[in-house]
Design a protein around this ligand. Structure first.
Ligand SMILES: [Zn+2]
Length: 591
């Protein structure tokens, strides 16, 4: 076997460079290929991390060695069988949880995006050096510390193999840590970049969430010895990426709770907790129980699965559900979150065009590369997948079962031993759990057909009545409103700038589409008045309900005049209400 030791030095935060050095001991004299992944598991898009690699050098004890580049992400070294050292610079300025970032406040390291893979390799070590980083910085990661490395310190970390190395991001900076225990396993919450936040409260809330998610599967994964929530706080940002024993999270500066307001539960904090809940659920659901095709990740090109509706959609269902189950939000607040998801999914015409299976399969080029037509063409396997989970929950609850019971059955069947899922196995597990095949047939229809889901009936079975009201605009997704003037239909996504209303997307079957509006149009006037947020609102309210509205706009600098037809706004805001204090609500959402 080849042997490799990695060294990562935080070289320069002003120009955002790491220097990575590999000490390689080859096991033969054959030329060696070294490769960087094109994508990182959990984020299904080819990102070509190798484009950030520069200034490669290869030397051994005698001097420079010959090497050449084989393709965009593969290098070959002729070493003659003796140990050699390969080093390069990595440009690290991608503000996301999927790559590398280094400035004067933080270094976020994803080994998948900076450590070249040496094939046929034994256990690895990664030594992290502070280099040009400020002195008081610390290191938080799910990697195992070498014996001589103190907790949260720079120094040597070890991994069993390359797969484990690239599954362990590192969060480096001025770190605040709180720890808590779930079922005997220590969990840590490490934060960089926060500003006067109540870390103790966050730790206690995370503990409750983790324990609730553990109960869904009945146990923690047997090999989970420690878990790290790595939270990177920025001015504006949102995202998370799941790993086997950690998650790297990105959130807004003031999402974390205010220590002076212990009773306050802001929407931003609920969103943050939902994100943590989501990524933690993945510890079982996609990191261990996963599509068969992901048994071995193939990281040089796309790897297709039609099951993301299951692994992302069901995770999205259980993320907010855990918040109500552990009592962090009440049932009413949960219904509001659910109604927002329903409104977004139901109003998008994409669900008539793309099935969940197709959306999953094409995630690489469609969901992850959304353009102005995505609302009409690309089904969201997170949102609609979570509603499939809801409909399945309703069916199971009616049989005296639960979706959590099905998740446990999956975990026992193929999660614990990580043998992977395909449709026939999933159908077999569901049939075994329910005692017949009617539900797996129904589930197949939901994911294979581009059709709306039976939400009204499903919610009724869970003790919830669903009605709807007119939407004021595309961002309007929840809450009861009474209107003095009935809203008019428009159906475009837009943003106001000083020169007017910038149209970013137009919905099929909308008044905006009938008028002939296109993405990229800049609407400058309506009914002869210059357009602003205020004038637009007033024009919509004051124009007679049966009168069209004249629009003037620039399209590619051409002045165009269009007529917006008179039609009432579509009723696409879902309103949910508990039918009564019914036993099924308690069975579903807890006491
Ligand atoms: Zn996810």
């Amino acid at each position: 076997m080849n042997q490799v030791r990695y060294q990562l030095e935080l070289l320069d935060f002003v120009s955002h460079y790491y220097r990575v050095t590999l000490e390689v001991t080859p096991c033969s004299d054959e030329p060696m290929r070294l490769r960087l992944p094109a994508w990182i598991p959990g984020s299904y898009m080819v990102r070509d991390f190798a484009r950030n690699i520069q200034a490669m050098q290869v030397v051994n004890h005698q001097g420079t060695l010959p090497w050449h580049q084989v393709d965009k992400q593969t290098w070959q070294v002729v070493h003659g069988g003796s140990p050699f050292q390969l080093s390069y610079l990595v440009y690290a300025y991608d503000l996301s949880v999927r790559a590398n970032y280094f400035n004067d406040e933080i270094a976020a390291v994803n080994p998948a995006a900076c450590c070249l893979e040496v094939a046929d390799c034994g256990p690895l070590s990664l030594t992290v050096l502070p280099g040009g980083a400020p002195e008081h910085w610390q290191v938080a990661t799910g990697l195992t510390r070498a014996e001589n490395t103190a907790p949260l310190s720079f120094g040597e970390y070890v991994a069993r193999d390359y797969a484990q190395l690239i599954d362990c991001p590192l969060l480096i900076g001025d770190i605040a840590v709180r720890s808590f225990v779930v079922a005997g396993v220590t969990h840590h919450h490490a934060v960089v970049g926060a500003w006067n936040a109540d870390y103790d409260r966050v730790a206690e809330d995370l503990r409750r969430i983790c324990d609730t998610q553990r109960q869904v599967f009945g146990e923690l994964p047997a090999d989970l010895n420690e878990y790290w929530f790595l939270t990177w706080v920025v001015d504006k940002g949102y995202g998370g990426l799941e790993h086997r024993n950690s998650t790297l999270l990105l959130c807004n500066r003031f999402d974390l709770p205010n220590p002076r307001a212990p009773e306050q539960l802001t929407d931003d904090y609920v969103t943050f907790l939902g994100l943590c809940s989501h990524e933690y659920f993945h510890t079982w659901w996609v990191k261990r129980a996963r599509p068969k095709v992901f048994s071995h990740y193939q990281l040089d090109a796309e790897q297709y699965t039609d099951q993301l509706w299951l692994y992302e959609g069901f995770t999205s269902y259980f993320d907010d559900l855990a918040l109500v189950h552990c009592g962090l939000i009440n049932k009413q607040r949960y219904l509001t979150l659910l109604s927002e998801t329903i409104s977004r999914v139901e109003r998008a015409s994409n669900q008539h065009r793309q099935s969940l299976r197709a959306s999953s399969f094409n995630a690489w080029t469609m969901y992850y590369k959304q353009d102005e037509n995505a609302q009409n063409a690309v089904t969201n396997y997170y949102g609609k997948g979570s509603l499939v989970a809801l409909c399945l929950e309703a069916q199971l609850q009616q049989r005296g079962l639960s979706l959590a019971g099905f998740m446990q059955a999956c975990w026992q069947a193929y999660g614990r031993n990580e043998s992977g899922s395909d449709w026939s196995l999933l159908a077999q597990i569901l049939d075994g759990y329910t005692g017949d095949s009617s539900l797996s047939n129904l589930l197949w229809q939901w994911i294979d057909e581009a059709k709306p889901l039976p939400l009204v009936e499903s919610l009724a079975a869970l003790g919830v009545t669903m009605t709807s009201r007119a939407a004021i605009n595309q961002q309007d997704v929840s809450g009861v409103k009474t209107f003095v003037v009935e809203p008019r239909g428009f159906g475009a996504w837009y943003e106001f700038k000083p020169e007017g209303m910038h149209i970013s997307a137009v919905a099929e079957y909308s008044a905006a589409k009938q008028a002939g509006l296109m993405a990229g149009d800049i609407v400058i006037a309506a009914q002869g008045l210059k357009l602003s947020e205020t004038s637009w609102r007033e024009i919509l309210q004051r124009t007679a309900a049966d009168s069209p509205i004249e629009l003037h706009l620039f399209r590619q600098q051409r002045l165009v005049c269009l007529t917006l037809p008179a039609e009432p706004a579509a009723a696409t805001v879902a309103l949910l209400q508990f039918t009564a204090d019914q036993p099924q609500v308690e069975r579903w959402l807890g006491n």
